[in-house]
Design a protein around this ligand. Structure first.
Ligand code: NDP
Length: 334
């Protein structure tokens, strides 16, 4: 099968593209510049020449029409994920929401499209105003109730990003005029060894930057406070995009995928154990003596995601160890 991965040079997009390649699909990828394609290939020599690249921007109507021609499947991962932006609407809400509509419209014009998988987020499920909501169990049936009007004028950048994901996902479900299946994947913080092209460690995607904060400095510094105590391994998230087009049970479903609940001090404990025999690495990992404060918070049920994955979630021990090793490797390279 032929699959289009939008945002294929981003962190999650790179993993999704590689998961489809590894599963034997022919992959097209989009990004906003030719330079990104070249950089992607030099970061991933094993996959050089394997992706058919297209330039496409989510703010350009019809911008994806060429890339979508003849594809069977679409994995739409492109969407801004940062808390550092100026204009709520032009920088965050519009590329997320209008971008999803552009993909839907392009897919509707192309009879070959059988299935559109959208990288949504647990932020499309979580009710921001109720955080941390102890005693409540979130499942794929829940929806972040934020409205466009609230998000457009909010000063809270996390609220705006969360709303962008909920409203983008809603835009896809609200569109009933199509013949293809939809699946939305709703991951919490996605953590994994980054394989996307980076110019410097400052370019690191938002979720992995949170891990880098724990391992890039002096061990005597305090552990930074946890903002989101839920995560999943990027390789599991990528595989879920593939399983979504292969397993009929995923058709027209949202997929919850919180693999573990974890606070920064627990990540630090895992890493200190994993690298116990390397004093130079231990010296870079924050010390457990500066514990951040775990707080009571919501529970979650992501059994649907684990069932679709077809094996147990990757453990936090494997996820954070692999991520830390790769982050230190990138530090040397860049
Ligand atoms: P990255 O910043 O690494 O990737 C974002 C991708 O979106 C990039 O490929 C970027 O392209 C593309 N993009 C952003 N704005 C536009 C635009 N206007 N036009 C075209 N492409 C655009 O972040 P992630 O990989 O983490 O995020 C990818 C997806 O995963 C997003 O949908 C995000 O919401 C979702 N997600 C991520 C989580 C995480 O913890 N990482 C958790 C839950 C969901 P370019 O390189 O050109 O900027």
């Amino acid at each position: 099968g032929l699959v289009l991965v939008t945002g294929a040079t981003g962190f999650v997009g790179t993993e999704v593209a590689i998961a489809f390649l590894d599963a034997g699909y022919t992959v097209r990828g989009t990004a906003r510049s030719q330079q990104k394609f070249n950089d992607w290939e030099s970061f991933n020599p094993k996959y050089k020449g394997k992706i058919q690249w297209f330039i496409a921007d989510l703010s350009v109507p019809n911008g994806f029409d060429e890339a979508i021609k003849g594809v069977q499947y679409i994995a739409h991962t492109a969407s801004p994920f940062t808390y550092d932006f100026k204009d709520n609407e032009t920088d965050m809400l519009k590329p997320a929401i209008e971008g999803t509509k552009i993909i839907m419209e392009a897919a509707k014009k192309e009879p070959s499209v059988e299935h559109v998988v959208i990288t949504s987020s647990f932020t499309a499920i979580l009710d921001f105003e109720k955080f941390p909501n102890p005693g409540y169990t979130y499942t794929r049936k829940d929806w972040n109730p934020a409205t466009y009007e609230e998000a457009a004028k909010s000063d809270n950048h996390a609220f705006v990003y969360f709303a962008s994901k909920a409203l983008a996902e809603r835009a896809a479900w609200d569109d009933k005029e199509h013949r293809f299946y939809i699946t939305t994947i709703c991951p919490p913080l996605v953590i994994g060894p980054p394989r996307q092209p980076l110019k410097s460690m400052a370019d690191l995607n938002t979720s992995n930057a949170g891990v880098y904060d724990l391992i890039n400095g002096s061990s005597s510094d305090p552990v930074p406070a946890t903002s989101a105590p839920v995560a999943v391994d990027a390789r599991d998230v990528a595989l879920l995009h593939v399983r979504a087009v292969e397993d009929p049970s995923a058709r027209n479903q949202r997929i919850a995928c919180i693999a573990f609940h974890i606070f920064n001090f627990q990540i630090v404990e895992i890493l200190r154990k994993a690298f116990a025999s390397s004093p130079s690495k231990l010296a870079r990992i924050k010390s457990v003596s500066g514990l951040d404060n775990p707080f009571p918070h919501y529970d979650s049920d992501s059994s649907d995601g684990e069932e679709l994955l077809g094996r147990p979630w990757t453990t936090p021990e494997v996820c954070y160890k692999d991520t830390a090793e790769r982050l230190w490797e990138l530090e040397e390279m860049l």
